[in-house]
Write a protein that binds this ligand. Structure first.
Ligand SMILES: *Cc1c(COP(=O)(O)O)cnc(C)c1O
Length: 222
């Protein structure tokens, strides 16, 4: 099936309020343009260099999501245009994003990445880290970042019950922050979780932003 067709099928299977980020990493411009021509505007990349190169070549009204781990020395390349940063996992990184955004007189939307997977290898903040970050003076003084919500990645496993529990944990942390640190911030409303293999579970557990690559563009060969 073609890309436009795949998009249509996925779009039909998810609620309207769920944002679909088409993960175009490793895919050529033509593939992105096929989705674009079909009306799609939200695209995700996980490498700064690729994201910047594609942004320069492709239409201006694409909303670019940086979904991968972000190194602080690369924030400057994205700061003028990026739509959302999904993988923010430290106060230090947030401070740099704030500083770079200020140079362009922008406010950059960020998601804090939470470690929900039981696997050791995944990036992300623990619940304790989150409390510390959000409670810090340094965070309170930032004017050029806006925390829109949380992002998480489940363990890479066939065990859907485990995946479900991890998404549920993310949702619980999200709700708890919404009732405390973000109780007056209406914009704290985004929960980014779910990929090709588990997006249906994620939505059932409260996700309203899914990041889908292979189901739209086909398998990647690295
Ligand atoms: C690659 C990637 C995705 C999409 O993965 P698929 O399984 O192809 O849908 C989603 N989120 C992140 C952070 C990724 O790196």
């Amino acid at each position: 099936m073609g890309i436009a067709e795949n998009l249509k099928t996925i779009r039909k299977s998810i609620p309207g309020k769920v944002t679909l980020v088409a993960v175009s990493k490793t895919k050529p411009d033509e593939a992105i343009m096929e989705a674009y021509e079909a009306g799609h505007r939200d695209f995700g990349e996980n490498k700064v260099q690729d994201l910047v190169a594609k942004q320069e070549r492709l239409p201006d009204d694409i909303r670019w999501h940086m979904i991968g781990h972000l190194q602080s020395n690369k924030v400057k390349y994205l700061a003028s245009f990026v739509h959302m940063l999904h993988g923010v996992d430290s106060l230090k990184l947030l401070e740099i994003i704030n500083k770079e955004a200020e140079k362009y007189e922008r406010v950059i939307d960020c998601l804090l990445q939470v470690r929900i997977a039981r696997e050791e290898t995944k990036f992300g903040l623990t619940e304790g880290d989150l409390k510390e970050l959000l409670g810090s003076d340094a965070f309170r003084e930032m004017k050029n970042v806006r925390i829109r919500g949380l992002m998480g990645m489940a363990t890479y496993t066939e065990n859907s019950e485990q995946i479900r529990e991890e998404f549920r944990l993310l949702k619980r942390i999200f709700e708890s922050l919404k009732a405390t640190a973000f109780d007056k911030q209406d914009w704290f409303d985004q929960l980014s979780c779910g990929m090709s293999g588990d997006y249906d579970l994620a939505i059932e557990e409260g996700s309203n932003m899914v990041r889908i690559g292979s189901l739209i563009f086909g398998l990647r060969n690295y």
